[in-house]
Structures are given as structure tokens and as C-alpha cells.
Design a protein around this ligand. Structure first.
Ligand SMILES: Cc1cc2nc3c(=O)[nH]c(=O)nc-3n(C[C@H](O)[C@H](O)[C@H](O)COP(=O)(O)OP(=O)(O)OC[C@H]3O[C@@H](n4cnc5c(N)ncnc54)[C@H](O)[C@@H]3O)c2cc1C
Length: 817
């Protein structure tokens, strides 16, 4: 008994040292002392004792670097080089694009919370707020979504002029060029508001402010290009589009077959060195009305006119619409969301080399430019549009579920509906938190490549879930299209966000974890760099340091994972965040388990991990869940930690961390090397699956917040177009919700004292009001209030009707609004 106790103390002490990430030399010293004490006090038995001595010898051996290099690092490097996939400069540059931010901390297994908590909160400047309350709100009032999506299949001319003249296309252009120079957060808020009103308008505004000519010129353009194009783009005199995708290449965009051959040609009456371009692009947003096309193509110089290689790589150039050979003009029809989108083709189009974005020094840099800029753009456009749509859907559904009664009960009070609304609220909160905190990080200087992929995938997927839920809760009201429908077009638009800027399946399976494992891991990129170092000896030296750092890191994460899984991370030191403290601890636990699982997966599967997409996708999900939960915690604090929102914060964190656990479990269940999976399970889930998703009780509380006027509902909807005005269903819904509390108590009087007593016999509410008034059950003012409320509710609940000849697209008589 005594011996067993001493053994346990010894093992725990050794694990604790690893848990504390003690450096190798200190670890070896302390381990030696611990072992001496253990031998003296515990007198361990034969094989176990032999193993411990061997371990001690190995530890000390590892401290002798020349020896360690000779017998471990050098041979390992040789094997590593054989396994290391070849990587072009372009691929390497693309992998290094952007910066590592909070994602890197989550990969460390021991996140430093101050890095997240010290990030400034998302705030709008006075000027940005004035733009949102002024031109942006005015624009929303001008938008009639049914007119845009059904009757015209376009924005009306006055909206186009307003967008151009008020700078909506110039949010990312500097003031010196006449742009608005908005922060990433303000840019995102503008899109949130527009998306809550019209997805066509939001998409139209998003594109020129996202990856495209303006963004590329801002970062890489020559001074002449900037001076020429940026003021024209800012004033809306030029409309840009960016053409990368073609019929043969979608997701695998780097395999573009479109070519630009260096040659001599005529340009404005003079012979100049330029490019002969042949291209066929499709799905290009704004192409039908674009005046300048940003084009990505593969550049060749077969006659060596530039004196270098023949294959110069992917390059981006600006092609004026009226250049001979450019064919533009027709439209695609994206899912009844008719923003301008269409094909662009070019046959032997000649442009001078000056049209290359950034000039000749940027030849072959196109892919790097695109990937670098995506690390910002992907955090803004689609996440903001999805968040605006989700906020509007949740705001509307909360109110609708309260005013729509079935079985004499608001439908939102049925437990089944409650849980759906709770999910809508929680997901909307997560989406808003992620886009707000991440754009604030961009404004503080980050260019977060991996979070961009996380946001792109998860926020659009959450948007899809919210849109589906909203349709389910509102039933036929969401299905019948027409001017009164505020859900249908948003629902139809969902696959667009899922597909563009990196289709979601690919983003989840290949990018989030694939890029993260290399980019954010503290050692992998160092090891790769060292392995490729042309100075062999230096390479071995750097590789040795990285490799042993990596081994220590993996052992430490194994220990941290085990200890925190056993203790449920109760003793982990985290920020003193009051009621949310436990979520910080759970994130720490999953971070250690994730970092450990990542290393084991990379070590055992190597390059095969890239092919095992389901394993990397699940690991990516774990990373994403931790990232999003951290965003929720930070967002809640940035808002002053309002107590009223705690149920939503708790629901969101529980849901996300439960997902982290389930996906980690999925990794272990599907891991191809079964013995390794069992070993990992010992360190990750020694007590089994201990984390639970939100209780139904919590779901009820969360759903209640969306169905009750109050601060939580207001915060959830902040930034959407819910102004009370004619023709804005969101304002009307809010008005009905505010009246519902009083109306419900009057209705209750009618029911309890009239209907149940069989004194009131009318089957509908107007009849019941009249009888109740006659019987003195309700007063005249109560009757008037209930009549007004009922009229408003029926106005909301009613759907549109059309004459038979109004709906066919061709030959229909124009509708009068
Ligand atoms: C409305 C709209 C607007 C657009 N605007 C523009 C624009 O302005 N400019 C522009 O250049 N492009 C634009 N695009 C193109 C868009 O970026 C592509 O549609 C997108 O990259 C996907 O290509 P694809 O549609 O050909 O799908 P595919 O590449 O054919 O992919 C089909 C499916 O396979 C999956 N997949 C592919 N490879 C893998 C893999 N290795 N692992 C796992 N899954 C994989 C994808 O996730 C997807 O689900 C737009 C597209 C749409 C629909």
C-alpha cells in the first residue's frame, strides 16, 4: 500500500512537470532527484525500475546536443525529407500568407488569454456610425426586395446612383483617393444592415469592397495605377469585377487554363510589349456591368522577351471592358437572388504590361496576392452577410413565434419550437461574436488566415441552419413569396454564401486544419524551413532544436490533456471571468487535447493525413469550436458582461465545446491506426465523454429572451434594419411583440372568464372581443387595444396573392406596389 502510494506520487510529479512545460534540462534534473527519492522511499520492482533508469539515461542523453543531433536528428531529417511533399514557391508563399493570431494560441495547447482579452473591442468611429445611421439607413428605406428580386431582377437605377454617389463601393479605398477608408468592423456593420434588408444589395456592395481590383490595387498597385483607378472606383465611375473562376476550374483555382502570352502589340497607336490574353471565366459577380475586369491568368513568355523563364506563373491584370476581344454582357441567374453575375470571355485581347497589377515586379505573384487578401476579405463579406441575415431571421422569428397562436398558445411556447428558437438565438450570437471580434482584430493589425477560413465556413453554415429553422418556425408564412415575405429570399441565397470564396466542403476538409496545422503550429513550419535550408549543417542544427521542442511540446500536451481530462480542468488557472470562468477552463482542456491529437495524427499519418479529409475536417472542427467559443467569451466581455445575456453565452459555449468533444471523439473512432487511437483515448478521454450540451431548461430561457422585448433581444438584433416604418416587416413585428404582453393578458380574461365559462361562443378573436365587451369581461379600452393588436397581427400573418398572369416571368403585366 505504502509502495503503491509512493509510486503514484512519483508518477504524478513526473506528469506534473510535463504539464508545467518544464524545459528539458530542468526536467532532467528534477526527474533525477525525484527518481532518487523514489528509489530510496519506494524501492520499485525489477522491470519498472529498469524502465525508469532507461528513461533517465535517455533524458540525459537528449541533453547532449552533438550526440542527440548525430543519433536522432540527422537520421530523422533524412527520413523527414523523403516524406516532405514538394512545394512550389507559390504554394509556400500562399501557406505563409496572413498572420497567426488567436488560432496560434489554440494550437499551443496552453492559450495565453491576455492575447485575446487585450485585443481592443469592436467600436465604430463617429463618422462610421453616422454613415450607418445616415446613408446606410436611407438606402435600406429605398430597397424593395420583392421589386428587386422578382419584378426587375436588378437594383433600381436610383439605388445604383445612390450606391455610387455615397461611396458604398469605396469602403476600403483610402481618403486620399476619395474613398471612405472604413475599418473592417464598420465595413462589416454596413453589410450586416444591408443584408438584413436585401441580400441582392448586400452582395452588390460586398463585392467591390472584397477581393478585387480595389483591394489588389490598395496593396500591390503601382502609384500610377492607384492614382488612375482608385478615385474612379471610389466615385463609382468604374465598376470592378474580379475573374478567377472558369468552366474548367472552380475550387482548384490555381489550375487556371487561361493564358497571357508576352508579345508585342498595338496600344493606343504605339507598339508596346504586352500580353495576348485568352480566357473564359464564369460566375463573375458584377461582370455584366463591370467597366474594369481584374483578371487572373497564367503568364508565359515563350520567346523570352522579358529575359527570364517561359512559365511565369499566375498573374493578375486589369482589363478595361472596351478592350477589343473582350466579350461581356450576358447574365447568370443565381437562385432568384439576381445580383449582377455573368461570364467574361476574351479572345486574343492585347493589353500592355503596365496593366499587370503592381507592374512587372508582380509577374507570377498573383496567387500569393489573392491568398493574402483572402485572409482579410473572407472574415468580412460572407460572414457579415450571413450574420445580417441570421439576425433578421432570429429577430423576426422570436416575435412571430410570440404573436402566432395555435392551440390557444403562442407557438414559441411549445417545447419543440422553443428548442429551435434557442438554437437560432445561440447561433446568431456566435456568428455576431465571431465577426465582431475578428474584424476588431483585423483593425488592430491582424490578417488572420485560418480564422478567415473558420468564419467563412462556420458562419455561413450557421446561417444556413438559422435560415432553415426560421422557415420551420414560421411555416407557410416563410414559404409564400411576395412583398410581405421577409424570409424566402434569404433562405434561397444560402447556397451562394456556402459556395463562393472557397466552397464549404473544401474549406472544412482541406483548409481550416490543413493550413492551420502548418501555419499555426509552433514547430511544423520551423521544421519544414530547417529541412529545406540549403546550408546543410545549419539546417540540421535548426531542425534539431525544432524537433526536440516539438517532442517536448507533444509530451507536455499529452500530460496537460490527461490532467485536465481527469480533473475536468477545474484547477486550471484562467482569467477571473466570473460566471464564464469554467468555459475558459474547458477551452484550455480541449486545446491541450487537440494539440496532442494533432501531433499524433501528423506523426503517424504524415502526408496521408491530407488524403484523410474526414480526420482533418474533424480536427478543424475542434479548432473552430474552440475559436468560436473564445469569440463568444470575448464578445460578452467587450459588451460589459451583461448578466441578461448569460443564458445565451452559456448555451453557445456549451454547444460549441460539446461539438469539440464529439469531433475529437470522431477522430479517435475513425483514426486509421487503431492502436494509436486507443493510446490517444487514454490521454484525451480517460473518464469517457464528460461534456454535455445545453440542457432543455437553458434552451427555454434562451428562447424566452428572443420572444420578449428587452435588452438581450435588442443586443442580438443590433445593427439590423428594424426601423418602424411602412413596408418594413421587422419594425412591424417588433411593434406587435411589444403590444403582445398587454394583448395576451386581455385575451386571457376573454378565455378564462368567457370562453371557458361558455359565455363567449364566437370562434374568432374579433367576435370574442365584441362578446366580451358586451358581457363586461373586458373594458372598452381593452377591446380597442386588442382589436388594434389583432389587426396588426393579421396584417403580419397574411401572405400575398397574385393574379394568374402576374407570376410568369415573360409577358406579365407590371405589378403596382
Ligand atoms: C453566385 C456566385 C458568385 C461568384 N462570384 C465569383 C466572382 O466574382 N469571381 C470569381 O472568380 N468566382 C466567383 N464565383 C465562383 C466561386 O468561387 C466558385 O463557384 C467556387 O470556387 C466553387 O467552384 P465550383 O462552383 O466550380 O465547384 P467545384 O469546384 O466543382 O466543387 C464542387 C464541390 O466539390 C468540393 N470540392 C472540390 N475540391 C475538393 C477537395 N479537394 N476536397 C473536398 N471537397 C472538394 C467543393 O467544396 C464543392 O462542394 C462565384 C460563384 C457563385 C455561385
Amino acid at each position: 500500500m505504502y509502495g503503491a502510494l509512493i509510486t503514484i506520487v512519483f508518477v504524478l510529479a513526473a506528469i506534473y512537470l510535463a504539464y508545467r512545460r518544464v524545459p528539458l534540462l530542468s526536467y532532467s534534473l528534477t526527474f533525477t532527484l525525484l527518481l532518487a527519492a523514489y528509489m530510496w522511499l519506494g524501492n520499485p520492482g525489477g522491470i519498472w525500475q529498469g524502465f525508469l533508469w532507461l528513461l533517465l539515461a535517455l533524458l540525459w542523453l537528449l541533453n547532449v546536443r552533438p550526440l542527440r543531433k548525430a543519433i536522432v536528428s540527422r537520421p530523422f531529417l533524412r527520413a523527414y525529407l523523403r516524406l516532405l511533399p514538394t512545394m512550389s514557391d507559390t504554394e509556400r508563399e500562399a501557406l505563409q500568407a496572413g498572420t497567426v493570431w488567436w488560432d496560434g494560441e489554440l494550437f499551443s495547447g496552453n492559450p495565453d488569454w491576455s492575447k485575446l482579452r487585450n485585443n481592443p473591442p469592436a467600436r465604430l468611429s463617429v463618422e462610421e456610425q453616422a454613415f450607418i445611421d445616415g446613408p446606410c439607413a436611407e438606402l435600406c428605406r429605398m430597397l424593395d426586395d420583392f421589386d428587386i428580386t422578382h419584378r426587375r431582377a436588378d437594383l433600381p437605377p436610383e439605388v445604383w446612383s445612390f450606391l455610387k454617389s455615397r461611396g458604398f463601393f469605396a469602403m476600403i479605398i483610402g481618403k486620399q483617393y476619395g474613398g471612405l477608408a472604413f475599418s473592417a468592423y464598420a465595413h462589416s456593420c454596413v453589410l450586416v444592415k444591408l443584408a438584413s434588408r436585401s441580400i441582392v444589395c448586400a452582395s452588390t456592395v460586398a463585392v467591390p469592397n472584397s477581393l478585387g481590383p480595389a483591394e489588389l490595387l490598395n496593396h500591390y498597385g503601382t502609384e500610377e495605377q492607384k492614382a488612375h483607378y482608385l478615385p474612379r472606383l471610389a466615385r463609382g465611375e468604374d465598376i470592378p469585377c474580379f475573374a478567377l473562376t472558369g468552366p474548367r476550374v472552380g475550387s482548384d483555382a490555381a489550375a487556371i487554363p487561361d493564358t497571357g502570352i508576352v508579345c508585342r502589340g498595338q496600344w493606343h497607336g504605339a507598339e508596346v510589349l504586352g500580353l495576348r490574353l485568352n480566357f473564359s471565366k464564369r460566375y463573375i459577380t458584377l461582370a455584366p456591368i463591370a467597366t474594369v475586369i481584374g483578371l487572373a491568368f497564367r503568364m508565359y513568355d515563350p520567346d523570352r522577351l522579358l529575359g527570364g523563364a517561359a512559365d511565369l506563373g499566375i498573374t493578375c491584370a486589369l482589363i478595361p471592358r472596351d478592350t477589343p476581344g473582350v466579350e461581356i454582357g450576358k447574365r447568370h441567374f443565381p437562385l432568384n437572388i439576381p445580383f449582377q453575375n455573368g461570364p467574361v470571355r476574351g479572345h486574343d485581347v492585347f493589353v500592355p504590361l503596365d496593366n499587370i497589377i503592381g507592374g512587372t515586379k508582380m509577374i507570377g505573384q498573383g496567387w500569393r496576392m489573392l491568398v493574402e487578401q483572402l485572409s482579410v476579405g473572407r472574415c468580412i463579406s460572407l460572414p457579415s452577410n450571413a450574420t445580417g441575415g441570421a439576425k433578421a431571421a432570429t429577430f423576426a422569428t422570436g416575435a412571430y413565434a410570440r404573436i402566432r397562436r395555435q392551440f390557444n398558445t403562442p407557438v414559441g411556447k411549445f417545447e419543440g419550437v422553443e428548442q429551435v428558437i434557442a438554437r437560432m438565438v445561440g447561433l446568431t450570437y456566435i456568428m455576431d461574436a465571431a465577426r465582431s471580434v475578428t474584424t476588431a482584430a483585423i483593425d488592430a493589425g491582424a490578417r488572420p488566415a485560418v480564422p478567415a477560413a473558420i468564419l467563412k465556413h462556420h458562419i455561413t453554415e450557421m446561417g444556413r441552419r438559422v435560415a432553415n429553422d426560421a422557415m420551420d418556425v414560421q411555416g407557410g408564412k416563410g414559404i409564400m413569396l411576395g412583398p410581405r415575405n421577409y424570409l424566402g429570399r434569404g433562405y434561397q441565397s444560402i447556397p451562394i454564401g456556402i459556395t463562393v470564396e472557397g466552397a464549404n466542403i473544401l474549406t472544412r476538409n482541406l483548409i481550416i486544419f490543413g493550413q492551420g496545422a502548418i501555419r499555426c503550429h509552433p514547430y511544423v513550419l520551423r521544421e519544414m524551413g530547417a529541412a529545406r535550408n540549403p546550408d546543410r549543417e545549419r539546417g540540421v542544427d535548426e531542425f534539431d532544436r525544432a524537433l526536440f521542442g516539438h517532442i517536448g511540446f507533444t509530451i507536455s500536451n499529452a500530460a496537460r490533456s490527461l490532467v485536465m481530462a481527469l480533473t475536468l480542468a477545474r484547477f486550471e488557472k484562467v482569467p477571473d471571468a466570473g460566471p464564464t470562468r469554467r468555459y475558459y477552463q474547458h477551452i484550455e482542456r480541449f486545446s491541450a487535447s487537440f494539440a496532442f491529437a494533432t501531433d499524433v495524427a501528423m506523426l503517424t499519418l504524415g502526408g496521408y493525413l491530407k488524403k484523410k479529409e474526414s480526420i482533418s475536417a474533424r480536427l478543424g472542427d475542434v479548432l473552430s469550436s474552440m475559436y468560436l467559443a473564445s469569440m463568444v467569451l470575448k464578445y460578452h466581455e467587450d459588451q460589459g458582461s451583461p448578466e441578461a445575456d448569460l443564458p445565451i453565452v452559456e448555451w453557445s459555449c456549451r454547444e460549441l465545446l460539446y461539438q469539440a468533444q464529439e469531433q475529437l471523439h470522431g477522430v479517435l473512432r475513425n483514426f486509421p491506426v487503431r492502436s494509436v487511437a486507443w493510446l490517444m483515448r487514454l490521454f484525451i478521454f480517460p473518464r469517457g465523454l464528460t461534456y454535455f450540451a445545453a440542457y432543455d431548461r437553458l434552451g427555454r430561457a434562451v428562447a424566452g429572451l428572443a420572444q420578449t422585448p428587452g435588452e438581450s433581444r435588442d443586443r442580438l438584433a443590433a445593427g439590423i434594419d428594424n426601423e418602424r416604418r411602412n413596408g418594413n416587416p421587422l419594425g412591424q413585428l417588433q411593434q406587435a411583440l411589444e403590444l403582445s404582453q398587454n394583448a395576451e393578458s386581455i385575451e386571457k380574461k376573454l378565455r378564462v372568464s368567457g370562453v371557458k365559462m361558455k359565455l363567449i361562443t364566437a370562434l374568432d378573436l374579433p367576435g370574442q372581443i365584441e362578446q366580451g365587451l358586451g358581457l363586461g369581461i373586458i373594458s372598452a379600452s381593452e377591446a380597442a387595444a386588442l382589436r388594434d393588436y389583432d389587426r396588426l397581427v393579421m396584417d403580419i400573418i397574411n401572405v400575398d396573392e397574385f393574379d394568374a398572369d402576374e407570376l410568369p416571368a415573360r409577358g406579365a403585366a407590371p405589378l403596382v406596389s
